[in-house]
Design a protein around this ligand. Structure first.
Ligand SMILES: Nc1nc2c(ncn2[C@@H]2O[C@H](COP(=O)(O)OP(=O)(O)OP(=O)(O)O)[C@@H](O)[C@H]2O)c(=O)[nH]1
Ligand SMILES: [Mg+2]
Length: 345
């Protein structure tokens, strides 16, 4: 697992000669779970490739659902994982690493603390950085971002994009007893995906993104309301006003005209940014609202089940009252979705 473009599929191809499609552009490549088999010593191994958590086309919720569903099925089929690999590109600067690390938090919740011993964080793309830069980044990752996972037993390994290096990483994992991931246990217990630790983490990240988008929108709106003069413009405008009459009205007029055109372009760019940010925010809010509706639907269904099974009238009354309270707390949107959900049952 890992971010898009971190080298997941390339790793599998490298060791299994599987010929799976790898990406070469900015778009995500793998959109479904795919597997490849190899034999290492006496062990038959199935390598499972997943789409990146930050897929460029598919929503993150969809990726989480895809992976969780796959893991639930393998668990029900009596198969546990021997190892889980998280891929991270060593060249990532702090900002790119930010996205990777959000992804890693989700990955950590999905695996759970108990499975950390079966986790290897594989750093890729060592050939694209100067050796010292790579070493510095690795140290920073070990001491900060991946520290909780390493303290819990996870290992960090370097992959040099060769079959030998991939075999070394897999062989180390093969020595471990297989283990169920946290999300597998949770789903087996009957939780829905949003009720799992990974689902909760995903919800938190979604809300955080929504708040950030809202701040961005507010900032852009403010900038549009009071277009700020850049220092360059101010200097030019000030310079124009200080110029003596000897430079003539024509030059001053031309400079002013240029300033006005530049400001108009800036405004146009800001408006486009605002539209894009608002669209992203609306999408996030829709996602959130849908998730909350499905949470509430689950709670209500559960309560109705209790109600149907309970023969004691005081309990039935309490359950009905709580269900009514939940309904009252719902927003209109949630109610609409709830109604839609009920009517399909
Ligand atoms: N230079 C270099 N390129 C690499 C390395 N590993 C992978 N790549 C390149 O990185 C690009 C992305 O690799 P993929 O294997 O498709 O990445 P992925 O993680 O499967 O990406 P998604 O399928 O989009 O989630 C490809 O062009 C690979 O050739 C590496 O170690 N060094
Ligand atoms: Mg891939």
């Amino acid at each position: 697992m890992g971010c898009t473009g971190s080298g997941k599929t390339t790793f599998i191809n490298c060791v299994a000669n599987a010929g799976l499609e790898v990406g070469y552009g900015p778009q995500s490549c793998t959109s479904n779970i795919q597997t490849a088999s190899i034999r290492l010593g006496h062990a038959n191994i199935t390598l499972i490739d997943t789409p990146g958590f930050d897929h460029t086309e598919l929503p993150q919720a969809e990726i989480l659902k895809l992976i969780a569903t796959f893991l639930r099925k393998t668990y029900s089929g009596g198969k546990k994982l021997t190892g889980v690999i998280f891929f991270h590109r060593i060249f990532e600067n702090r900002m790119q690493a930010g996205i990777s690390l959000q992804t890693f938090r989700l990955f950590h919740k999905l695996c759970g603390d108990d499975a950390m011993k079966n986790v290897t964080i594989v750093t890729t793309m060592w050939d694209t950085v100067a050796p010292q830069t790579g070493e510095d980044r690795l140290r920073e990752l070990q001491e900060n971002y991946f520290k909780p996972a390493c303290d819990g037993g996870a290992c960090i390994a370097r992959h040099h994009n060769t079959p030998e290096s991939a075999v070394r990483i897999l062989s180390a994992l093969l020595r471990l007893p297989s283990k169920a991931l946290r999300i597998q246990d949770e789903l087996h217990e009957g939780k829905t995906i949003p009720q799992t630790d990974a689902g909760y983490e995903f919800d938190q990240q979604l809300q955080q993104k929504c708040t950030q988008q809202q701040c961005g929108v507010n900032k852009l709106k403010k900038e549009l309301a009071e277009p700020e003069q850049s220092p360059e413009t101010s200097a030019r405008v000030d310079g124009s006003s200080r110029r003596g009459p000897e430079e003539g009205d024509e030059a001053t007029g031309r400079h002013r005209q240029e300033d006005v055109e530049r400001l108009r372009d800036d405004l146009q760019t800001l408006r486009q940014k605002l539209q894009k940010t608002e669209a992203e925010r609306d999408k996030l809010q829709r996602d959130l609202s849908q998730r909350h509706s499905s949470h509430l639907q689950n709670i209500l269904k559960h309560m109705m089940n209790i109600n149907a099974q309970s023969s004691e009238s005081p309990l039935r009354e309490v359950v009905s009252l709580v269900a009514l309270c939940i309904l009252c707390c719902c927003s209109t949107t949630s109610l609409a979705s709830l109604a839609a959900g009920w009517s399909t049952d």
